[in-house]
Design a protein around this ligand. Sequence first.
Ligand code: PMT
Length: 398
Amino acid sequence: MSGPLDGRHLVLGVTGSIAAYKAAELTSRLVQAGAIVDVAMTAHAAEFITPLTFRALTGRAPYLDMFRDGAEGEVHVELARRADLMLIAPATASSMARLAHGLADDMVSLTALATQAPLLVAPAMDSQMWEHPATQANRALLEQRGVQFVGPAAGRLASGRRGAGRLVEPETIVDFVKARLGRERGDLAGRRIVVTAGGTREAVDPVRYLSNRSSGKQGYALAEAARDRGAQVTLVSTAALPAPGGVTVVAVESAAEMLAAVREAVRGADVLIMAAAVADYRPAEPAEQKIKRADMGSELSVPLVENPDISKEVDGPFVKVVFAAETQDLITNATKKLVAKGAKLIVANDVSATDAGFASDDNRVTILDAEGGREDLPLLPKYEVSGRILDRVAALLR
Ligand code: PMT
C-alpha cells in the first residue's frame, strides 16, 4: 500500500498492557500508510492479544521468542538492523524499566537494545504507576538518550480512575512516527513552516459572527504533509478539527487575532502558507450585548470596516505562499493577488465548484509562481495537493 511511510521498515514492540489491543489498530494504520511492520511481542503481551492478529495485519510472523524453533539465529539483531524506526506501544512501566537499564530478556527489550534506529515509546499504565518516581526516573533517563515519548494521555483508565496513563490514540502515534521519520529523511527536515487554516469569525455581538465556508481541511492537510516531510510546523487555525500529532496548533478566531498569531509564528520561519479564509471585513462596532430583535425592528444593518490583509502586512525573509479563492476569472484574479501580496506562489482554486474547494476532501488547484509559471493540478485529495505545493516550496528553498 503506498503512503507517507512508503517502504519504511518499522519495528513495533508490544508489551503486556490492557491497551495492547490498540496495537492492532496502530499496526493496521501503519501498514495502510505504506510501512513494512515487524511486530515484536513480550509473552505478557500475548496474554492480551494473539500473535495471529499481527500476522494477519502485517502479513509477517510476529517475533515472540528468540528461542523460537526455526527463528533465524540472531533474529533480534536482524530486526534491529533493518529498522528505520522502532516504536514500543503500549509500553508498560516494567518495559520502560528494562529499557532504561539495558535489560534484554524479551524480544522487545532485546531488539530495542540492538537497534540504532530512532525509538518512540508510547506508555500505558495506571496513573499512580506513571507518576511513581521510579517510572519518571526511567522516563528521564530514556529521554536523555534520545528516546521520544508519545503520551501518555490523561483520561479514564482501566482501573476506572482518571489520570495520566492512557495510551494515546493510534492515529496520534502514527502522526508522531511520520514526523520523526520525516525529520530523519524528509526534504523539509529542519525547516520551520507556518500554515494558517479555517475561516475567521468576526463578531457581530457576543452571540453572532460573520464567517465563511472554510472548514480548515486544506490548511490541516498542508500542516500534516509538511510535518511528514520533516518540517517543524505551526498551524494557526480557526478550525475545530483534531490537532495533527507533532504539529503546534495556535487557536484563533478573528482576522485580528490571526494577524497577531502569524506575526509571532513567522519569527525565524522559512515558509508561510496562508491557506486560511480570512475575512476582508468585520463589523465596525460589535455590540457589547446580544442584539435584541425587538429593539431592531424589521431591518438590522451592520456597517463593516476593512480587516488588515495579513498576507500583505506580514513580510520577512520567508517563502510566502498564498491562496486565491475565486468564483470567476480565476487565473486573472489570482495573478493580481500574487503580485499584490508579494508572494512567491499562489494556489488558485474555484470555490464555486461542488467537488472541490470549501469543506471537500479534495481540491482542484492551479499553482502560479512569481516567474509567470503555471501548474494546473487535477482534482486530488487535499493531502496530495499539499504535497505538490510543498514540492514547489522545497524547490524554492533549495
Ligand atoms: O478550508 P477548506 O474547507 O479546506 O477550504 C479550502 C479553501 C478553499 C479555504 C482554501 O483552498 C483557500 O482558497 N484558502 C484561501 C481563502 C481566501 O481567503 O482566499 P482569498 O482569495 O479571499 O484571499 C487571498 C489570500 O489572502 C489568502 O491566502 C488569504 O489567506 C489571504 N488573506 C485574505 C484576506 C485577508 N484579510 N488577509 C489575508 O491574508
